[in-house]
Design a binder for this molecule. Structure first.
Ligand SMILES: Cc1cc2nc3c(=O)[nH]c(=O)nc-3n(C[C@H](O)[C@H](O)[C@H](O)COP(=O)(O)OP(=O)(O)OC[C@H]3O[C@@H](n4cnc5c(N)ncnc54)[C@H](O)[C@@H]3O)c2cc1C
Length: 444
């Protein structure tokens, strides 16, 4: 019997009533049963946990916001090193420093009431370290770049249980790797420091809704989206699900924050609002109000299977038709089935693919395929439905977004990091030679 005596922090084991909740992921379809979860309240707790796991030869995972699609921050029988209690935040007029347990909402609540935007994500409870170290594309990416592009430094506990800093000056190869491939691969991030963008007075929240769409309207939308994006103003980053919902039927909903006036936003989105059936809304507000309006629509949890793929060239008409038609044949038990388009480009594409681990810089957008269900009996059917359709989507796209991972990728390193995969393996060898930071799709 292993003794947990040398672990510090709050320990939760299967005998503890708190275990039932403590083991859950945001994606409730993930069913994993860790051997123990240690909630670390200090950096020493993390160091002790790593030393304990190494000493006892127990595999471990690093966890914060619990949003990994495939549950790679937990596992059966592992020690989960949970950093979500480390929520300290500091800021000045040029940067914000977040401890490893900070989430999107906590950062926005600090910086945005003062007028600062932040290149975070749209889901309030997603961990900032996990988001940014996986790249981090959100509702301001085209103007502000990815989350990782604003990352100035990361302090992390490494495989030897030492606290080190990765920045342009210190451990620069590690810094390079953490910008797009940092999640769970090299150490436990205990502090991330981001450059802050300039303050903004007022933005426009744009929402375009197309209810009751037929297949041809959904196909026309994606074709127009591609044209629009190729010449679009980088002050807007839209996210657009093209979907079937149990309550609404077939519809499209595109939303984003425009950094400018209502009039400018209306002009920037004209190509899309001119499409038949569009119900458009443009509202001027503060950046804080805009990000809160987006966050408020995200549910507390779901059961889903999803994946996100980078587009390498404009999709052909017949490819769009096939994708839309495959989605219309949705599986039994699905309450939402969608193809979601996440705009990239703008500042994201101004950085060369080799400059950070995030490789697919020139992709104009990510396409996500998703099915959500409510009853467990439909989990297998819905998961297989997504997997089988991904076989096709994978063929017409160039790579996978590691923040939207999929367990069934054959060569996942290549899929996530393209030509940067080989360099990532050499950085892994330097900083984690015994591969103790390991999970089903970690860098080998
Ligand atoms: C509802 C939802 C919305 C999302 N929206 C977006 C979005 O808009 N844009 C986007 O880019 N992504 C988005 N994601 C993906 C999300 O950014 C990634 O899953 C991110 O890695 C989640 O981090 P987490 O701490 O919440 O999750 P966890 O499951 O706790 O961790 C995810 C991964 O990061 C590692 N990790 C977490 N914290 C640390 C740390 N401190 N040090 C080292 N490794 C760590 C874990 O080991 C694991 O590999 C979304 C996911 C969900 C479920």
């Amino acid at each position: 019997m292993i003794s947990y005596d040398s672990l510090t922090g709050t320990l939760v084991t299967p005998c503890n009533p708190a275990y039932k909740e403590a083991r859950l992921m945001w994606n409730r379809a993930i069913e994993k049963f860790p051997g123990a979860i240690v909630f670390c309240g200090t950096i020493d707790d993390i160091i002790n946990a790593i030393k304990w796991a190494r000493h006892n030869c127990v595999p471990f995972r690093v966890r914060n916001g619990r949003h990994n699609y495939e549950g790679y921050s937990t596992g059966n029988g592992v020690l989960v090193i949970d950093v979500s209690k480390l929520v300290g935040l500091d800021m000045d007029s040029s940067s914000v420093a977040a401890q490893g347990g900070v989430n999107n909402s906590m950062i926005y609540d600090l910086v945005s009431p003062q007028g600062y935007p932040f290149p975070g994500g749209s889901c309030p409870t997603v961990g900032v370290a996990g988001y940014a170290m996986g790249g981090g594309s959100g509702p301001m990416s085209r103007l502000l770049g990815l989350g990782c592009d604003s990352l100035e430094a990361v302090e992390l506990v490494n495989a030897d249980g030492q606290l080190i800093t990765a920045s342009r000056e210190k451990n620069p190869k590690l810094y390079w790797a953490l910008k797009g491939a940092g999640d769970g691969n090299f150490g436990v991030a205990v502090r991330t420091i981001f450059r802050l963008p300039k303050k903004v007075e007022c933005v426009t929240l744009a929402a375009l809704y197309y209810p009751n769409t037929d297949a041809s309207a959904q196909i026309r939308f994606i074709r127009t989206w591609q044209r629009w994006l190729s010449r679009s103003d980088e002050r807007i980053t839209l996210q657009a699900p093209v979907y079937h919902d149990q309550a609404e039927g077939y519809a499209i909903f595109a939303r984003g924050i425009y950094f400018g006036s209502k009039l400018q936003a209306e002009q920037a989105l004209e190509l899309l609002t001119n499409l038949p059936g569009c119900e458009a809304s443009f509202k001027e507000m503060t950046i804080y109000e805009a990000i809160k309006a987006i966050e408020d629509t995200i549910p507390a949890s779901e059961k889903f299977k999803s994946s996100g793929r980078f587009i390498g060239r404009p999709l052909r008409v017949e490819e769009i038709e096939r994708m839309v038609n495959m989605m219309r044949n949705y599986p039994e038990g699905s309450i939402f089935t969608g193809l979601t388009l996440y705009a990239l480009g703008g500042q994201v594409s101004k950085i060369a693919p080799q400059e950070s681990a995030f490789f697919y810089r020139y992709s104009p957008f990510v396409v996500g395929l998703q099915s959500i269900w409510a009853e467990d009996k439909y989990a297998k059917l819905n998961t297989e439905w997504v997997q089988s359709r991904l076989n096709y989507i994978n063929r017409v796209t160039v790579g996978s977004y590691v923040n939207f991972p999929s367990s069934d990728l054959v060569d996942y390193e290549r899929a996530y990091w393209g030509d940067n995969a080989a360099k990532l393996r050499s950085v892994k060898q330097m900083y984690d030679p015994y591969n103790i930071f390991r999970f089903p799709q970690s860098i080998r």
